[in-house]
Design a protein around this ligand. Sequence first.
Ligand code: BGC
Length: 872
Amino acid sequence: MGDASMRNMSAAEYAASMLPQLTLEEKVKLLAGADMWRTNAIPRVGISQMKCSDGPVGVRGGQFTDGVTAASLPSGVSLASTWDPELIDEMSTILIAECRSKSIDVLLGPTVCIPRTPLGGRNFEAYSEDPFLSGKLAARYIKGIQEAGIATCIKHFAANDQEHRRFFVDAQISERALREIHTQPFEIAVRESNPWSLMTAYNKVNGSYASANKHLLRDILREEWGWDGVAMSDWFGTNTVVPSVEYGLDLEMPGPVKRRGKHLIEAHKQGLISEARIDECATRMLKLLHRVGKSSEPDWKEPGEKAVDLPEHRAIMRRCAAEGIVLLKNEKNVLPLDIRPAMRIAVIGPNAGRAVQSGGGSSDLLPHYRTIPLDAIKQAVDEAGVGAEVAHAPGMQGHRYIPLMSPTVMRNPVTGESGWVLSFWANMDHSGDIVYEEHRKSSILVCYDTLPESLTTGERYSYRGRTILTPKTTGKHWFSLSSCGPGRLLLDGKVILDIPRRWWSPKSPLFMSYGSPEERVQIHLEAGRQYELTLDGISREPEPYEFSFTGDLLREEIQDGGRVGFLEEETRDLMSEAVDLAAKSDLVIMVVGKDREWESETSDMVSMNLPKETDLLISNVAQVNQNTIVVNQTGSPIAMPWLSQVRAVVQAWYQGQEHANALTDVLFGRVNPCGKLPITFPRVYEQNPSSLDYPGHNDRVVYGEGIFAGYRWWDRLQIEPLFPFGFGISYSTFEYSNTRVSATELQFSEQGSESIEVTVDVTNTSDVVGKEIVQFYVSPKTAPRLTRPKRELKGWNKMLVRPGETVTASAILDWVSIAYWDDKRHEWVVDGGAVFEVIAARHSRDIGVVAEFQVGKPAANLRSSRFTVLAD
Ligand code: BGC
């Protein structure tokens, strides 16, 4: 068949015509990755490789560390704080361009798991604790990207909301909570935007690994939702041979293949898996290949990756970041800043003088450029042109681990440029010929996705990194090492740190925790002298395990290497310097928070408090300066023991490369803040919904809060959070009035439900133009048949309102707004005759302005394809 005729077919037609042309071996080849980011090509029939990349808020490309630079966009929680589908469309244009510049077919995002604990290392990547908000935003993201012929991969199905023991933990979730909360964002996205792929979670759900979970993969995803996209495993997360294929996990990622290939063919020969099941997975892979245009490109050659940094992209990122910023407190209207002549402004805090653009883990990437709050504030003050002064004091060192080596102190002895040379031997003793060599820009010397095939066979290898270190100061400097396998750090040929065995510790600073905790040593060095620094390592010894075709298998992966930290001695008393500066300043802007090391994939956080002595620093500064503004950069809620002491609090999340410009836009009033929290900020950690059971016992965590996730929990227990879901203030003030519904009765027929429009008038009562995110919550007025949350978000509308103007915000309600999952009837149910309130509110705790509607009451139970209206 000619390529052109194939291209014109639908995905289903192509798959149906191609499947019979493939041998069993070829079909099996389609079901596993070829390398870290690519699937297998079958040139004989015109199939070329598909290339995946993280995702979700940027496109890193095919190299995890030190690759080509990429646009770094605001993280998921920041994006969700905008509540703005149109901004998501604009962001999609950047992601599409970035995918194209790096030849990406499958973008590994969005992340939509529901943050359950404030300590979740990956909360920043997810959108919201509310499944409706998460699902709707995800659907918009998916639609935008896929319209360009690039697949998205919604992840991680399901309940990957804690990093602690994520490869082993079994999430015990009631069926009702699974449907109404944890699979709900996926369901909304699947029904509204049909993601072409989905990634399974590492964890187990109700006893089985998500990658081989019959209930999740077959019953819900395929049979109930009718979804025909590709389900792929999370990286190294295919835990079985037969069950994963049996239940419809189509793709084992990454390659080279570990669970499938010859094992799957053998399992088939032994009668453990039918060809029909293999065909089902292969069919879905074929559809995906066709959808992304890789089904008829036999001669396709992947071009090199490019860094495309465009001014129009910068502008979108800046706007998107600014609209995600949430103003939490603004006493005496200290913001926007009023810069007066000769004003002394102190910029203090561990995040003020550095670029904290992202949390850590697989969503992190090397940005096209970095912005720094201190620089952006200085620039804005200069632009004010009134002779105000900006001074800076960090107040403390913010790092969690000894920082990576500064580019200015290291030199690659081969290239002469800043960095390291990393050499590899195909033996364990660094002897004979070097088989491969790389030049690295940073001192994270991980061996992951850049290794040649000869080093990914499973045989052990050795590696050596070398740099010339030239310290800037004389003194006792810190060195640190974390290593995956045995590793030694040598200074001028002398071993200074030695890690003799393989490691896998949640305390490791290395990505995925595949490393040892950090070992540190302090050594006297002289400024300007050149020292030879060498990392000698051996790849880890593979862990033996018993193979089984049908049972769970031990996790295997190939990451190796080490991380070298270096810190010159600090002799100043940073806290006192900062407090002294604050005391003689008119205004203090503190930029505090966490970063990619404190808040990261793989390990949950240890505390809801800010790191190290940050709370003390804020409190000491606020004591000497009444005009203290705190800017917090985290992706999760934090405790604020100093809240009453400070004038203003700005929640600035992780916002990508434009974060500092966006921040100054808000601080200086170029943008009126309009973001609202997509997560609740607890007053104390123990009041959060996961406190009943987190991080679990013996690798089992019971989701005791059930359907009362997020704000539903605080409502149920009538606990006042520190800041409620949906909260955020503005430089404008708004009044709500006259909530009304287009019909007082919601009617049903076998075809489904009609819909009702709810509207409210919103008046800007200030003299500043602003945007308001109007939220519509639905609340049962008559006693529900089964327990229900007090109120649930079912719509929102973001409105621009000019001073004195009144605009009308609206949302559409239908059966989805009032249905619940009945775990006895195993279906979505609507209580016929029930009365609901719909509340137009500023946030989840606002009493708001209320209207009412009633559900039509059928004479007998009324069944439609997706739900039943009960007669009584
Ligand atoms: C993460 C995924 C990511 C994958 C590839 C895993 O560790 O859980 O979200 O897409 O790595 O980097």
